[in-house]
Design a protein around this ligand. Structure first.
Ligand code: HEM
Length: 179
């Protein structure tokens, strides 16, 4: 009979022993728990949060922020020789109406809970013969007011993007097209 090398016997025993040992070592049973409300929250928190974009109305500081801008805008306009003649009759209750209308218009256009009930821009500026330069002056006075009230460039640009389409209805004296 062929005799096995003693080391071979040792190898077989050791390997078998290791296998048995391995098999007997059961992995720890996962502890089962009932999911809680907190767990559900944790799962939600782990998912990438959807960016919450504030409305322009909120970014302007809400109605109070808009009122502050319009007050400063009106001061700028009355000191602006390029356009203040147009507003000579806008005093007293007329001025209050104009300011409230501007606030509601900006508030509504930027996503606030307001309703603009004033005239449409064509009727409001009919026969005023407003020029492109005067329109640009009003935009400049509004820009200065926004800057003075600490409104950032992004918000200013977003607001001007909303006002720009009104130009066609407001300006009656268009610049001649350059040859
Ligand atoms: C984006 C530009 C402008 C906006 C958003 C705007 C907005 C308004 C609004 C909301 C009103 C009140 C309408 C109503 O009574 O129901 C108004 C009236 C008026 N706007 Fe403008 N406007 C603009 C440009 C201009 C310009 C360029 C001028 C002249 C330089 C001008 C002169 C006037 C005048 C004189 C009134 C009448 C005020 C009064 O009732 O006494 N506006 N505008």
């Amino acid at each position: 009979m062929k005799t096995r090398h003693p080391l071979a016997v040792l190898f077989v025993v050791a390997t078998f022993g290791a296998l048995v040992a391995c098999g007997s070592k059961k992995p720890p049973k996962p502890v089962e728990t009932t999911p809680t409300v907190e767990d559900a929250g944790a799962v939600e928190d782990a998912s990438p949060a959807a960016p919450v974009q504030k409305s322009l109305f909120e970014r302007l500081g809400g109605k109070d922020g808009i009122k502050a801008v319009v007050d400063t805008f009106v001061k700028n306009v009355s000191a602006d020789k390029r356009i203040n003649k147009q507003f000579l009759k806008t005093t007293g209750p007329k001025l209050e109406h104009f300011k409230a209308a501007m606030v509601d218009q900006i508030c509504e256009a930027t996503g606030g809970e307001c309703k603009y009930t004033g005239k449409n821009m064509k009727d409001a500026h009919k026969n005023m013969k407003i020029t492109e330069a005067q329109f640009a002056a009003v935009v400049e006075d509004l820009k200065m007011a926004l800057e003075e009230k600490g409104v950032g460039e992004g918000e200013r640009n977003d607001l001007f993007a909303l006002l720009a389409p009104m130009k066609d209805d407001i300006v009656e004296v268009k610049d001649k097209p350059k040859p």
